[in-house]
Design a protein around this ligand. Structure first.
Ligand code: 6PG
Length: 250
């Protein structure tokens, strides 16, 4: 696991460059690749810079398949929608350059959101594994929409669904304070992703960043991840990179 620390002012530009290099490399290696995008506010300027990054050619964009790792269950044009943030910061700017970005969206009218979104995403994955996973981290240590003490964080995390099948890829969560429903990747796809980039910026995250890294356990017990979901990074099998600005790094 590698930690990169950038000045606050140059955080977004540096992260955009690191991601651009990853996009190009993973397309060169695999021919096509899937990218799980994070929501929230931190990534917006990063996505804006990615859209105009000179390293990413039209042919690379067209070999990447994007989807959101978690999404609020609101209309896609709601200010709360992560898809709307991605559309405004990445999709639309590319469209003005006649580049079509392929981003799988959630059909909110679906009677079984997790199943339908899972089918559309998993069918695009290389051997069922996410190639590039982008994650943020909340001040409470949540990642995607896996909040502390959430039942979705149990080791064999799966979610009972209407047909009593076990879902192991996406689950439905509720935000602990505002109660909004969200769909989120579960722990299994996070742990299995080939390459993971955490994007964490701002002084408000510094205490949680310290707690995440201040654990001497090599393999974390479930309880330690239940308490701070971002600690799942220590159990990830892929290449994990943390991109921090100076304020978050403390
Ligand atoms: C979401 C995100 C969430 C986010 C963190 C950090 O839907 O909100 O997926 O996991 O990454 O809450 O958000 P900020 O970048 O806004 O601090």
């Amino acid at each position: 696991m590698i930690r990169y620390i950038y000045s606050d002012q140059l955080f977004s530009a540096n992260v955009a460059s690191a991601l651009a290099e990853s996009f190009v490399r993973v397309v060169n290696e695999r021919g096509r690749a899937t990218v799980a995008l994070t929501g929230g506010s931190t990534p917006r300027p990063v996505y804006q810079m990615l859209a105009s990054h000179p390293l990413i050619t039209k042919s690379v964009w067209q070999k990447l398949i994007f989807f959101l790792g978690d999404e609020r269950l609101v209309s896609l044009d709601s200010p709360q929608s992560n898809y709307r943030m991605v559309k405004e910061s990445l999709i639309d700017p590319l469209r003005t350059k006649n580049i079509d970005l392929r981003c799988l969206t959630i059909d909110l009218s679906s009677t079984d959101l997790c199943r339908d979104y899972e089918v559309s995403v998993v069918s695009e994955l290389n051997q069922g594994i996410i190639d590039l996973l982008l994650l943020g981290m909340g001040e409470d240590g949540h990642v995607a929409s896996l909040f502390p003490e959430s039942s979705l964080l149990q080791e064999s995390s799966s979610q009972e669904v209407s047909s009593h099948e076990k879902r192991t890829f996406f689950g439905i969560a509720r935000h602990p304070s505002d109660g909004t429903k969200r769909i989120s990747l579960l722990t299994k796809p996070l742990i299995e992703a080939r390459e993971v980039h955490f994007l964490v910026a701002g002084a408000k995250k510094a205490e949680m960043v310290r707690r995440v890294f201040h654990t001497d356990s090599i393999v974390l017990r479930d309880s330690m991840v239940l308490d701070i979901p971002a600690r799942i990074a220590m159990n990830m099998r892929g290449v994990v990179q943390w991109h921090l600005d100076q304020s978050a790094a403390g």
